[in-house]
Design a binder for this molecule. Structure first.
Ligand code: PNW
Length: 478
């Protein structure tokens, strides 16, 4: 590769961390091996009608067996970091008790392999694969699950803490609570808004308890974080009704997590907007002190903005903010209509708007000064195909990444402390309710042969990661 022409590129800070991300259930397969028990996603995916095409994570990318090959691909990409998640049912098959050594061994090998290649491991403790046994004991609406999670966090910290420097407790607790227990489009597929709010609180509590466990066990200099899919909410107009719709959605999308985690409070308006569902007595004295733990950075996942308007009809619009579902995930969503953006969309139907990422970063920096940010996921699904010559050309993905990275750069230039960026995802994988129909990878996976084919976006991203420089749009089109 040629050195970037400074006139035709914008440069990121020299210590900016470039990475890619995956999650255990989406790539590993090997669901019955080495003592692993079913998670809520195994049960959900095996329930007819839940996942598109009846797809399951039984085999996925077979990464559990092909991890060494996948490390080779990561090495070729030249990224400085790799974000993966640890499958709780591999570590504690019943959701409590002693560690399963074979489960630990898998992640231990993976971490050693990353370090050998000079790639920094970034471990997420929970990317949605709750041991089914814990769901049967009540799942996240049950307080006990938070204590079980803290115990599990301690086990993983003891096993990997000597080598993993960067930790994330939860990935996107909004999805776990409101898609899992509210709209039911994610596992375990329950649909009760009061339960979803209880789940949100117990996920918050689990985070706080786990941070304490990590701080007690990890060596000094370790970094501890949480990843939120903060919604960049855009009211359709500045009318008081649209602004109020945006405020209410912001409450259960964002502030029900950032409030207790970063400020030690549940916002009054969120409690008031959901008072018809619950009296919030599940929040016990002292809980918010546990939840509010100092963090080394905030992980932010961003894909698309959320456009909301007051709905004149007053009826609940059943949407997840990106697509339509039968039950609404929004406990305070009565009278709110979700709109689709004009213009280009990804294969998920999500509008492409890189300025949403800029606005979101500005908001986090304004409301939480001094808290560094890492973009732990950003990326897009497109209808990638293998051409006759065996190549996968994905110019739309390059354009998507280019647009979003330009906005990250603009945010950094304006003073926002963004420390890193992780492309979702390294590999095409099991895209939850959409099964294998949506491809987010920089690397194409042939699900018949398990062949990995780096897409043109992988080569493009490798150059960006290696040089720390983003070609200008002008250079991109030449
Ligand atoms: C995130 N929504 O999921 C997850 O962290 C990844 O595992 C996933 O593959 C990726 O984004 C792409 O979807 C989300 O409905 C799923 O708002 C659904 C929503 C948001 C994020």
């Amino acid at each position: 590769d040629q050195a970037p022409d400074p006139a035709r590129s914008i440069t990121f800070p020299p210590d900016f961390l470039w990475g890619t991300a995956t999650a255990s259930y989406q790539i590993e397969g090997a669901v019955r091996e080495d003592g692993r028990t079913p998670s809520i996603w195994d049960v959900y995916a095996h329930t007819p009608g839940r996942v598109l095409g009846g797809d399951t994570g039984d085999v996925a990318d077979d990464h559990y067996h092909r991890w060494a090959e996948d490390l080779g691909i990561l090495g070729d990409l030249g990224v400085g970091a790799y974000r993966f998640s640890v499958a709780w049912p591999r570590i504690q098959p019943t959701g409590s008790g002693p560690a399963n050594a074979k489960g630990i061994d898998f992640y231990s090998r993976l971490v050693d392999g990353l370090l050998e290649k000079g790639i920094q491991p970034v471990a997420t403790l929970y990317h949605w694969d709750l041991p089914q046994e814990l769901e049967e004991a009540g799942g996240w609406p049950a307080r006990e699950t938070a204590y079980r999670f803290a115990e599990y966090a301690g086990i993983v910290a003891d096993a990997l803490g000597d080598r993993v420097r960067t930790w994330t407790t939860l990935n996107e607790p909004w999805c776990s609570a409101f898609l899992g227990y509210g709209s039911g489009v994610h596992a375990p597929g329950r649909t009760d808004h009061a339960d979803a709010l209880r789940a949100a609180h117990h996920l918050n509590l689990a985070h706080g308890l786990a941070v304490r466990q990590l701080r007690d066990r990890l060596p000094a200099g370790s970094q501890v974080s949480v990843t939120l899919n903060l919604h960049q909410i855009r009211p359709m107009t500045r009318s008081p009704q649209d602004l109020d719709a945006a405020r209410r959605i912001d409450g259960t999308a964002n502030r029900v997590f950032t409030g207790p985690m970063l400020a030690g409070i549940y916002p009054e308006d969120v409690r008031a907007d959901t008072a018809h569902l619950t009296d919030w007595s599940f929040v016990r004295e002292g809980d918010t002190d546990i939840i509010q733990q100092p963090l080394d950075f905030l992980g932010v996942n961003y894909y698309s903005p959320t456009l909301v308007a007051h709905d004149e009809g007053g009826g609940a619009h059943n949407s997840d903010g990106h697509g339509v579902s039968v039950h609404s995930p929004w406990p305070a969503g009565e009278g709110v209509a979700f709109q689709q953006a004009e213009g280009r969309k990804t294969a998920m139907g999500w509008g492409i708007d890189p300025t949403g990422l800029y606005d979101l970063l500005q908001r986090v920096a304004r409301e939480h000064p001094g808290l560094p940010i890492v973009i732990t996921e950003n990326g897009a699904a497109f209808d990638d195909e293998v051409a006759g010559d065996g190549r996968v050309d994905d110019p739309e993905r390059i354009d998507y990444l280019h647009g979003h990275l330009s906005e990250v750069h603009r945010a950094i230039a304006s003073g926002v402390d963004v420390r890193g960026y992780f492309l979702w995802s390294l590999l095409d994988n099991f895209e939850w309710g959409y099964g294998y129909s949506k491809r987010f990878g920089a690397v194409y996976v042939d699900y018949e042969t398990q062949a990995r084919i780096p897409k043109s976006s992988a080569r493009w991203y490798a150059q960006v990661a290696r040089t720390g420089a983003l070609p200008t749009r002008d250079a991109l089109s030449r």
